[in-house]
Ligand binder design. Structure first.
Ligand SMILES: Cc1cc2nc3c(=O)[nH]c(=O)nc-3n(C[C@H](O)[C@H](O)[C@H](O)COP(=O)(O)OP(=O)(O)OC[C@H]3O[C@@H](n4cnc5c(N)ncnc54)[C@H](O)[C@@H]3O)c2cc1C
Length: 385
């Protein structure tokens, strides 16, 4: 069997690893970036922590799986009749294709947002953000108010980390008279909408204790290089970081005739995560319950590998059942919140538990010793910009 996996993120990498372990035949992993991005720690990398915990070269992961060929290319089109994936550089034939392209940012058409906001979804965005902070430090022009738009887990954990980072910079650079505040803006009536009410309550208390201003039920209407407009009020700032709004990868909408898309743009799949004959769509790209998070993406990657191994050995297929995984977030270095099945831990215990979940995640992708090294990169002292 010739399996081509597209996408070097959580779902694609996990699928390729599990296919490799099962020796299903020829396995090719195609990704448009040469590295795997560990999104859950990008908030830390964006606020001075070591890059190593967030960026892992695909060659490092697959040096342990020599039967996987890693190719750096961008897939632009699929021809399901001919079983061909058209890349920017060349064409790839497949018997089975696994598409795991992840999601992209959307700005909901907010005036000026795409041009003026910062992001933390890619290395380039993080570098831009660092350069911006560095320039402001050198010129002693830190903003009075730093805005984070979107109070999902990414926005909240970034708020905690940014608050501590700014305090650290002010102290290290002896900017005694500089006062800045982090403000979290959310259009919905509460923070962490996909988590429990307890999460909302506990994390709100923590944010307030850290001095972070939280504005729920407030809509950002516009952004330029000097101001943000929230509910008609123009507030001076040069820094707004967008952590809201994700949309499905445009690859699928561009081939709306091939794929069946739900209202939210994600791809409909059957019980085996198959979207069309011999093409599986996994991770953030499909409509399966709990998709949109890292652990479900890896779970689906494993499922598809097992499924294809069953087909290769002519065993009857089994259906996919979504699983709910532990969810949580850090808010500052020594505080975290985790929950599963109505049980939660917060504070130092929550921070410890969240770190353990991260370590378990790295172990899904790397041998134990290497996983621990990457995980420990979080403790490398902060780089002073
Ligand atoms: C900032 C941030 C923080 C997050 N924090 C958490 C968290 O704490 N916990 C959690 O569970 N989830 C978190 N998530 C969500 C989680 O990262 C995603 O659900 C997960 O990455 C989905 O995995 P995936 O494989 O579907 O997509 P991705 O991991 O995004 O991988 C997609 C891959 O496809 C490649 N690609 C895209 N298009 C093409 C193409 N045309 N051709 C070839 N390759 C292509 C990309 O380069 C990438 O390697 C976070 C997301 C972000 C952005």
């Amino acid at each position: 069997m010739n399996v081509v996996v597209v996408g070097g993120g959580f779902a694609g990498v996990k699928a390729a690893i599990e296919l490799s372990k099962r020796h299903v035949g020829k396995i090719t992993l195609i990704s448009d970036e040469p590295y795997f991005l560990h999104h859950a720690t990008l908030y830390a990398t964006a606020t001075g922590r070591d890059m190593a915990e967030s960026v892992i070269p695909l060659t490092t992961i697959f040096e342990h799986y020599p039967n996987v060929t890693v190719v750096n290319d961008k897939i632009e089109h699929i021809d399901p009749q001919r079983h061909i994936l058209n890349g920017k550089n060349k064409q790839y034939h497949y018997d089975k294709a696994v598409l795991a392209l992840g999601s992209v940012t959307t700005y909901f058409g907010i005036n000026g947002m795409a041009d003026h906001c910062f992001g933390i979804k890619s290395i380039e965005e993080i570098k831009n953000f660092h350069t911006h902070i560095q320039k402001a430090l050198v010129e002693e022009k830190l903003d009075k108010e730093y805005f984070i738009v979107g109070a999902g887990p990414t926005g909240v954990e970034l708020a905690g980390a940014l608050c501590e980072y700014l305090c650290h910079l002010i102290k290290v650079h002896n900017l005694k008279h500089t006062k800045c505040r982090v403000t979290l803006v959310e259009a919905a009536p509460r923070i962490l909408p996909r988590m429990s009410n307890t999460a909302d309550e506990k994390v709100m208390i923590r944010l307030k204790k850290m001095g972070i201003k939280v504005m729920v039920n407030h809509k950002v209407q516009a952004l330029d290089d000097k101001h943000i407009v929230i509910d008609g009020r123009k507030i001076p700032t040069t820094t707004a970081i967008w952590t809201s709004g994700v949309a499905n990868n445009p690859f699928f909408a561009a081939q709306g005739d091939t794929f069946h898309l739900a209202k939210n743009g994600r791809v409909e799949v059957n019980h085996y995560l198959e979207a069309i004959k011999d093409v599986y769509v996994i991770g953030d790209n499909n409509t399966v319950k709990n998709s949109g998070q890292a652990w479900p993406a890896m779970h689906q990657g494993t499922f598809v590998a097992k499924h294809l191994a069953r087909l290769a050995t002519k065993r009857p297929p089994k259906s996919y059942f979504p699983r709910k995984f532990i969810s949580g977030l850090p808010v500052g270095e020594d505080w975290g919140y985790v929950e599963r099945f109505g049980i939660y831990a917060d504070g130092k215990v929550g921070a410890w538990a969240r770190r353990q979940v991260e370590l378990a995640g790295y172990k899904q992708l790397l041998p134990a010793k290497q996983a621990r090294d990457v995980w420990n990169a979080h403790n490398i002292p902060e780089i002073d910009v």
